[in-house]
Design a protein around this ligand. Structure first.
Ligand SMILES: [Zn+2]
Length: 327
């Protein structure tokens, strides 16, 4: 991987050096130039969508991760590195899955861009394994830094915090459009607040408060925010996909004991474990979408973080046996 990055960086230097010089000469000196749009590059979907909501078409917002791709094994292309090099604002998550980002940033000139991580904008918690969860077999070395859970955006409250900070950062880089950016952000923050109220209402008017995931669990921030208990096959960013029989057996027992009506899988999952639990218990198989990435068709259809979370609210009602709003 290090080698690949090195080669990519050489290519990048060639690409930038190779094409910028002649184009500068070709440009007639007095041509009325359109002001260049602000360029925002985001690694994955949540921050891509937040930047899109704030800028509302006034900036070029680009997502590096191809729609439908797995987030945790992403490898940038030379074009991706050029996009990062040339952008004004670069937003990534800042967790363990982003080790590749740090290596690229260390090798390019970032003096003219604003680089920001989602994890620096909110309070983070350590990734923990709850009872029954199958942890990755990693050799823990003494002095290992604690692994912080990177799925900060899964809580709408955190999403709002991130948007509040992002609008300031984007406005600083493009002050001429600040007023519009701030107005867009305010409108969006109102929708996020409404979403938060929806989840609060569901949780406070439901019989159950336990989620079961036959999958990875990237919802620590969401569960903490709404005080939900959870059981899952793997922690949030685990690369494991095959659960052992002990894990599956534990989750089946939980579903039976607590009479859980629905078992979740996450997006772009093979659904195998959740399916096995449902077959054995009669529970319903439902999607709870963590919005790491979208399928190609959802992306092309313009789906947003809010769309995804509103769908999550509907499936949550089923899983928690929502009784309806008291008001
Ligand atoms: Zn993840």
């Amino acid at each position: 991987m290090k080698k690949i990055i090195k080669i990519l960086c050489v290519l990048l230097t060639l690409a930038i050096g190779g094409c910028s010089a002649p184009s500068a000469q070709e440009k007639p000196k007095d041509s009325p130039e359109k002001p260049k749009k602000l360029s925002v590059v985001a690694t994955i979907f949540p921050q891509y969508d937040f930047a899109r909501q704030i800028t509302g078409g006034l900036a070029d917002v680009h997502m590096l991760l191809p729609p439908g791709a797995e987030t945790h094994s992403f490898e940038p292309t030379p074009q991706d590195i050029i996009k990062i090099q040339n952008c004004d604002v670069f937003v990534y998550v800042g967790g363990d899955s982003d080790a590749w980002v740090e290596r690229i940033l260390a090798s390019i000139d970032t003096s003219k861009m604003k680089v920001v991580t989602l994890m620096s904008l909110v309070d983070t918690v350590e990734e923990v394994a709850v009872e029954g969860m199958q942890e990755e077999e990693e050799e823990e070395e003494e002095g290992d830094a604690p692994e912080y859970d990177e799925h900060v955006w899964t809580s709408p409250k955190n999403a709002a915090e991130i948007v509040k900070e992002l609008v300031g950062i984007i406005s600083e880089k493009d002050p001429s459009n600040e007023e519009t950016y701030r107005a867009n952000a305010d409108k969006y923050l109102a929708q996020l607040a409404e979403l938060d109220e929806t989840f609060k209402d569901i949780v406070s008017n439901s019989e159950l408060h336990t989620l079961v995931f036959g999958d990875r669990f990237p919802f620590r921030y969401f569960a903490d925010e709404y005080k939900l208990d959870y059981f899952a096959a793997f922690p949030g960013c685990s690369t494991e996909i095959e659960a052992n029989p002990v894990t599956i057996g534990f989750l089946i027992r939980k579903v039976n004991e607590e009479k859980i009506p629905a078992v979740f899988h996450i997006e772009l999952s093979n659904e195998k474990i959740a399916n096995a639990i449902c077959e054995s218990t009669g529970a319903r198989l439902l999607l709870f979408n963590s919005a790491h990435n979208l399928s190609k068709s959802d992306f092309d259809g313009g789906a947003t973080y809010l769309d995804i979370m509103k769908q999550n609210a509907e499936t949550l009602k089923i899983a928690l046996e929502y009784k309806g709003s008291a008001e």
